[in-house]
Design a protein. Structure first.
Length: 131
């Protein structure tokens, strides 16, 4: 007999947000590594040949999360967000919901003012805020 599933009503997606300079910058300088300058991230960009290298880049990760913050308001995401709330934390907390007009609305959630840098600390903070 299969257990009944409980629908998820709220999802929290937490990203780290470091203030510059960070220790990793110093380590990269010591090794002679250069930071990837991936300045433009758009829907029509081709996937980079070496995505794993880009995912090590602080610059790329910041651009990627900023892209998601904007991109998730498109109508194509309505079906994924119906009947649930998505909270994305990156510097501040954004709440995404489908409105009564069947559009995705994004608001800054001032009820979750978490300014910690590391994701693990933010996760604990978000859990403590759940009722």
């Amino acid at each position: 007999m299969q257990e009944p599933t409980i629908p998820i009503k709220e999802e929290h997606i937490i990203f780290e947000k470091y203030k510059k300079p960070i220790i990793k910058d110093f380590e990269h300088d010591l090794r002679g590594e250069e930071e990837s300058q991936y300045n433009v991230l758009r829907r029509d960009n081709n996937r980079p040949a070496d995505l794993s290298k880009l995912l090590r880049s602080t610059n790329f990760k910041e651009k990627f999360v900023e892209f998601l913050i904007e991109d998730w308001t498109r109508d194509e995401f309505i079906i994924l967000m119906e009947e649930k709330t998505i909270k994305l934390n990156y510097g501040q907390c954004y709440t995404y919901e489908v409105s009564s007009e069947n559009k995705i609305k994004r608001v800054i959630d001032y009820n979750l003012p978490c300014y910690h840098e590391e994701a693990d600390t933010k996760i604990v903070y978000h859990i403590c805020q759940l009722n």
